[in-house]
Design a binder for this molecule. Structure first.
Ligand code: ZN
Length: 253
């Protein structure tokens, strides 16, 4: 075998050994924009423009969730990983969560488009909220994650800077879906009431969905602030899962 033949035969052998490596065509998550988030288009006069692809919002919220550490939780906190421990309340909660995620597009723009898990500490409320977000994100429905305590603290810190304050609030007001985790946890001040009212009222007026987890009860929410509480309750009507009883606390099990 000549030197050239030997080389060719070696290459052929390698191609057969690693066929996918040699023939691989790029696989894009979004073939429309080839994962750039941008699409070029031409107007009627032939001018070229670039605009955000429809996958942009999902990419943005995914990035935001990665920063907040919640994207790792998606792996651990899907519906399959939720253990009902054969408790009827938890079985029902899981069923409601799955149904909500499954049928979301049917009611997204209606008044009753939200879901709330409330009550007992350690019963898996955050897990179910996270599982819904994961399911929606998996179908390219952008969800904005709001860790209530961190977000409220941050917003209060920037209150005197009107531009920054407004930008922070807008993020939560405008998101396609807003997941508020541990709503009203911690000490609540007058500013907290006002901030929450602004966000909730905007979303209420515009039929924009909320996913809520909170240790408060329904009565507790109304006591905290009737204007905000009653709006949230109306948005979640039919999907308010109130968990009661210390036996639901997995940390004590
Ligand atoms: Zn795209």
């Amino acid at each position: 075998m000549s030197g050239l033949e030997a080389t060719l035969s070696r290459i052929r052998g390698r191609i057969e050994k690693y066929p996918r490596l040699e023939q691989k065509t790029p696989q894009y998550e979004c073939p429309k924009c080839r994962d750039t988030g941008w699409i070029e288009y031409e107007d009627a006069n032939g001018y070229q423009f670039a605009k955000h692809c429809e996958c942009w919002e999902v990419r943005e919220s995914r990035r935001f969730m990665e920063q907040s550490g919640i994207s790792e939780e998606f792996q651990k906190k899907g519906f399959d990983e939720f253990d009902t421990r054969n408790n009827p309340q938890l079985v029902n909660a899981k069923y409601k969560a799955i149904e909500y995620a499954r049928t979301f597009l049917q009611f997204e723009h209606t008044r009753r488009n939200s879901i709330m898990f409330c009550g007992q500490v350690g019963s898996g409320k955050t897990h179910l909220g996270t599982a819904i977000c994961g399911s929606l994100m998996g179908r390219n429905i952008a969800v904005c994650y709001m860790s209530y305590r961190n977000a409220a603290t941050k917003i209060k810190q920037v209150m005197l800077d009107e531009a920054v304050y407004s930008r922070e609030l807008q993020r939560y007001m405008q998101a396609r879906v807003l997941y508020v985790d541990d709503l009203l946890k911690g000490r609540i001040t007058e500013s907290d009431i006002n901030i929450l009212y602004e966000i909730v009222n905007f979303r209420y007026m515009n039929n924009m969905p909320l996913i809520i987890s909170t240790e408060k009860t329904i009565d507790g929410l109304l006591e905290f602030d009737e204007a905000t509480g009653s709006r949230m309750i109306e948005m979640c009507r039919g999907n308010i899962i109130q968990l009661q009883g210390r036996e639901l606390n997995y940390r004590l099990a």
